[in-house]
Design a protein around this ligand. Structure first.
Ligand code: SAH
Length: 352
């Protein structure tokens, strides 16, 4: 059997395992040295740990591994964002995106290889689900993006491949690992988990006191339209989704929740869509509408709107009285925008 990978462990788990092996007796600082070495100093192998004796390193190497994904490609974009592709131990390929914003750096990471939800506007959905990622595979994306770019990553968003709330245990554990004082020290408040509407998992999360922020992929505000675009709604209905969002908002001090709206030409930019927002959302809970212009996705049967179309439509929402943000998707020239991850894999599969 493969020894366990330390990348999957929180600091406390590492410490406990070392204690159970009796390896802390003359080395109280060992857990810290290992954790800091990997998470802060960029050690890629246990043999690279600084300040640990050769004898101890030999023992550690027998007991543990570090299961790093293999970095396949990095495509940098004019706006400083960069798209990373990794191969995992079983051959699955995942992607992550590094995004600049006002001098800080956000890692947009994948939570699954592929995705089961098949949202019509999203390229990852065309791949189907291969499997959930482990906590270590999520953590490694952040560490490797930081190491490769030489930047400190301050923010984390689960908007890469996959539905994070179908893999909530691993996602939450990865967040815990990445917030460690001995590790990356990313504040949970600067971690965003985006969900397409896994209602039971939203409710489960609401019951916890975790401080990572949930944001909600509304897609469209009309229930029938939403169901066509996001088949997950057949399982978890529109009303239940909205009521779960409302309860989440209440549990977090009734602050604004973020709803992500996908602007699709001739589909979600009509007068009927404005009416649906007014009737179904306004007054239910405080929210910000984040309007994301759809990025082109091959074989989706959907068209990307122009910036002007999106702006003109969004302006008409102003009188409704909630904040509206129109997102400029980063990395579009590298096909690394929202919903475009997996595009290169699809092209690969088609032999292009
Ligand atoms: N499964 C999660 C996280 C991945 S998608 C979720 O659905 O929230 C992250 C965001 O990208 C979602 O808000 C989704 O609505 C948006 N998105 C997906 N495909 C897109 C596309 N082609 N153009 C613009 N945004 C897209």
């Amino acid at each position: 059997m493969q020894p366990p990978s330390i990348l999957d462990w929180t600091f406390d788990e590492l410490k406990q395992d070392l204690a159970e092996r009796g390896w802390l007796k003359d080395a109280a600082r060992l857990p810290e040295q290992i954790f800091r070495g990997i998470h802060q100093r960029g050690a890629r192998e246990l043999s690279g740990l600084v300040g640990v004796s050769t004898r101890k390193i030999a023992r550690l190497t027998e007991a543990y591994t570090l299961a790093w994904p293999e970095l396949l490609t990095v495509q940098a974009s004019w706006d400083q964002s960069a798209r990373y592709a990794f191969r995992l131990a079983d051959g699955s390929i995942i992607e992550s995106v590094l995004l600049p914003h006002h001098g800080k750096w956000t890692a947009c990471v994948s939570s699954q290889a592929g995705c089961a939800l098949a949202c019509q506007f999203c390229a990852t959905g065309q791949l189907g689900l291969k499997r959930n990622l482990t906590p270590g595979e999520i953590v490694a994306q952040v560490l490797l993006l930081g190491q490769h770019s030489g930047q400190r990553i301050s923010d984390l968003v689960f908007m890469g491949m996959g539905e994070p709330l179908q893999n909530d245990r691993a996602v939450i554990k990865a967040c815990t690992i990445l917030s460690s004082a001995f590790g990356s020290q990313i504040s949970p408040r600067r971690m965003v988990i985006s969900t397409a509407g896994m209602v039971p998992a939203i409710r489960r999360y609401t019951e916890t006191s975790h401080r990572m922020k949930l944001v909600f992929s509304l897609g469209a505000a009309d229930p029938e339209k939403r169901q066509r675009l996001m088949p997950i709604q057949k399982t978890f209905g529109f009303e239940d989704f909205l009521s779960a969002i409302g309860d989440y908002a209440k549990s977090r001090g009734n602050k604004h929740v973020t709803l992500e709206y996908v602007a699709i030409r001739d589909v979600t930019l009509g007068q009927d869509d404005i009416l649906a927002i007014k009737e179904n959302l306004v007054g239910r809970f405080p929210f910000i509408l984040n309007v994301i212009p759809m990025n082109p996705v091959a074989n989706s049967g959907l068209e990307a709107p122009t910036w002007h179309e999106v702006k003109a439509w969004s302006e008409q929402l102003r009188p409704l009285g909630f904040p509206v943000k129109v997102r400029r998707s980063a990395g579009k020239d590298q096909v690394a925008g929202c919903g475009q991850l997996g595009t290169s894999l699809l092209l690969g599969a088609a032999g292009v």
